[in-house]
Design a protein around this ligand. Structure first.
Ligand code: PMP
Length: 406
């Protein structure tokens, strides 16, 4: 057994079987490159589902972590600290929301949003407690807790995990008529992704979010924007809602907020919404811990000071153009190339091959990507990626696609 096989065997022997990883054993990484235990080099075109937007182990972020590790890492929210306040202030500056509530994972921040929306619906809008309803899109992905999978439309996420939590109503993503049809006087919020990531990088039709914003305002319904994956530069703007020319009532952040080092998430809103949380109503032992806050704060500064958001827009357009060129040359293997910024889905014709087959062939040739469902490959490299590495990855994709193209 070589090192790769023995590491895979150990995880397979002692771990739960809840993942089916691509057979690459990552040993170390720096910026946009990853090396496996055999010393083979890969271009990271997936960055831990968009978490490693700053590149792996960004020196400024690692230095900030080291500095904080000389002081204190975890105190819980039983006390105040010196890093959380500055992080919250910075979050307010970049998001435009007055307040933020820090958590750890994306799912926890979404749970926070759900609790906040329901309490707001009861206490502010006057919906009887227990009757509050939240509208969610078909094809949504907001995490894996029991509450959240209860309103997933994906059978694999739900099957056998009931009973589920009441109070969610589906609509069709991008379709205002189905939102109007799903709403009742007990509707307190719409929870939505600005681009549906796990569903296969589904970009909403132009004008949809503007109409949704107007409808939410007219009906006193909170518009809650889950930017766990889309936020913090991934789409070429700080937040995906900027592409739509709207401002949501609340924002959920995660993934890249931890700057590629730690799980850090946040629920952001203004006073009128956030003020439903009073002492003892919500929390998390590790949410907003001193180390996480120091890392997240430095991550936001790096995004800003290195101009990574503007770079993402430019490099994303370049990656998009290059993938469209490949698409034209391997017709009809690639059915669609779609996305925004450095967040691109390549839709594969299932008659030719599966997305998973191409993802494994890409890995065997030095490119890390990830399939979502059977037909979509996601490319979401760190925002720091160079044009040279984009070219390397796309050339390999072209070669691999040509081999499967008859
Ligand atoms: N919301 C969205 C939009 C996501 O893409 C994800 C993760 N893919 C989550 C929430 C859940 O985040 P986590 O895995 O950190 O719980």
């Amino acid at each position: 057994m070589n090192a790769t096989e023995s590491h895979i065997a150990r995880e397979a022997r002692f771990g739960a079987r809840n993942y089916a990883p691509v057979p690459v054993v990552v040993d170390h990484a720096r910026d946009c490159l990853v090396w496996d235990v055999e010393g083979r080099e890969y271009v990271d075109m997936m960055s831990a589902y968009s978490s490693v937007s700053h590149g792996h182990l960004h020196p400024r972020i690692v230095a900030a972590a080291h500095r904080q590790l000389e002081k204190v890492a975890v105190t819980s929210r039983a006390y105040y600290g010196t890093t959380l306040g500055p992080l919250l202030e910075k979050l307010s500056e970049v998001t435009g929301f007055q307040r933020a509530l820090p958590m750890n994972t994306g799912a926890e921040a979404v749970e926070t949003a759900i609790k906040c929306a329901r309490r707001w619906g009861h206490r502010v809008k006057g919906i009887p407690d227990g009757r509050q309803r939240i509208l969610v899109a078909r094809g949504n992905f907001h995490g894996r807790t029991s509450t959240i999978i209860g309103f997933s439309s994906e059978e694999a996420y739900r099957s056998g995990f009931g009973p589920f939590c009441d109070g969610f109503q589906h609509f069709d993503y991008g379709d205002m008529a189905s939102i109007r049809a799903a709403a009742t006087p007990d509707t307190c919020a719409v929870l939505i992704e600005p681009i549906q990531g796990e569903a296969g990088v589904i970009v909403p039709p132009p004008g949809f979010f503007r109409e949704l914003r107007e409808w939410c305002t007219a009906n006193d319904v909170l518009l809650i924007d889950d930017e766990v994956q889309a936020g913090l530069g991934r789409t070429g703007k700080w937040f995906a809602f900027e592409h739509e020319g709207i401002r949501p009532d609340a924002l959920v952040l995660g993934k890249a907020l931890g700057a590629g080092l730690l799980p850090v998430s946040a629920f952001c809103a203004d006073d009128r919404v956030m003020d439903v949380f009073l002492p003892n109503s919500h929390g998390s032992t590790f949410g907003g811990n001193a180390l996480a806050a120091a890392v997240a704060l430095e991550g936001l500064r790096v995004l800003e000071e290195e101009g990574l958001v503007a770079q993402c827009a430019e490099k994303g357009a370049y990656l998009f153009r290059r993938l469209r060129e490949v698409q034209a040359q391997v017709q009809p293997l690639v059915r669609d190339v779609r996305g925004r910024g450095l967040w691109i889905g390549v839709d594969i014709d299932p008659a030719a091959t599966s997305a998973r087959d191409l993802v494994e062939r890409l890995a065997a040739n030095g490119v890390l990507s990830k399939e979502t469902h059977d037909t979509v490959i996601r490319f979401a490299p760190p925002l720091t990626i160079s044009h040279e590495l984009i070219d390397r990855a796309v050339d390999i994709f072209h070669r691999v696609a040509r081999e499967r193209h008859h």
